[in-house]
Design a protein around this ligand. Sequence first.
Ligand SMILES: Cc1cc2nc3c(=O)[nH]c(=O)nc-3n(C[C@H](O)[C@H](O)[C@H](O)COP(=O)(O)O)c2cc1C
Ligand code: SF4
Ligand code: SF4
Length: 260
Amino acid sequence: MEINQVIAAYFSPTYSTRDIVLTISSEIQHSPKQIDLSIYDNRETSYSFSSHELVVLGVPVYGGRVPADAAKRIHNLHGNNTPIILVAVYGNREFEDALIELKDIVVSNGFIPVAAAAPVAQHSIIHSIAAGRPNAQDIQQARDFSKKVQDKLKKTVVLTQQDCIQLPGNQPYKKYGVIPLHPKAGHNCIQCGKCASNCPVHAIPQDHPDQTNTEQCISCMRCIVVCPKHARGLNPIVKAATANKLKKVCSQPKENLWIL
Ligand SMILES: Cc1cc2nc3c(=O)[nH]c(=O)nc-3n(C[C@H](O)[C@H](O)[C@H](O)COP(=O)(O)O)c2cc1C
Ligand code: SF4
Ligand code: SF4
């Protein structure tokens, strides 16, 4: 089948999902179209795709699930028997039900998942976990996967529901059980507002960037990454406790999963 346009769509607060989705997409089409679902102003925008477009959709795994705000935004993507590659990026713990949840959302919206991946990236809360990943070997694997997907699509004459891949995971999905972690601004804050304008859910007031609305905050860590003064961070005691807990289950390097 002929693909006229590749679309890289991602919810990626700390950018590793974006980079992996772009690695996969760019191998198929140089400079794919991009839809950044992490941008607050894109949260209600609706998109439609034809059967001659290919969407590469990525989310980070949160608590073994698709982040709830990402799921809501993905519901605004509408396919018409559109092939889709699903990518659930995880921080070396587990991806559990994220891929199957992602599949259920897109299938109900008219897409046909033709391939999927669960690649490992540095843990966005505790950076020492899976530090440096994706590494050169991971990136090469992503490129090889992308080439295999292209070959598969070339051999397909007409895409039907029967081409939909099987994915690991359980239904009902596991209960979302992540302990909330809300970054705060410290003395270095120069009130530039960059964290507020970049927060995917607008949980930081623009006129009071030293505050965080803990009801809205999804613990995504983007505000820490974008702050030019390194002024935002987590409570050090809570962060150390989280690191200890995670290190018990994340210390051994995990494999990337590529499904065709
Ligand atoms: C709130 C939260 C929950 C997370 N839960 C998991 C998880 O269940 N399993 C896992 O392996 N990694 C988990 N991670 C790590 C991220 O999935 C991983 O670092 C991912 O690369 C982040 O993607 P991003 O850079 O696109 O934001 C979690 C990260 C956050 C912020
Ligand atoms: S980005 Fe950093 S310096 Fe700027 S307002 Fe936010 S915390 Fe303050
Ligand atoms: S305030 Fe919360 S939701 Fe907003 S960027 Fe920071 S961690 Fe993410």
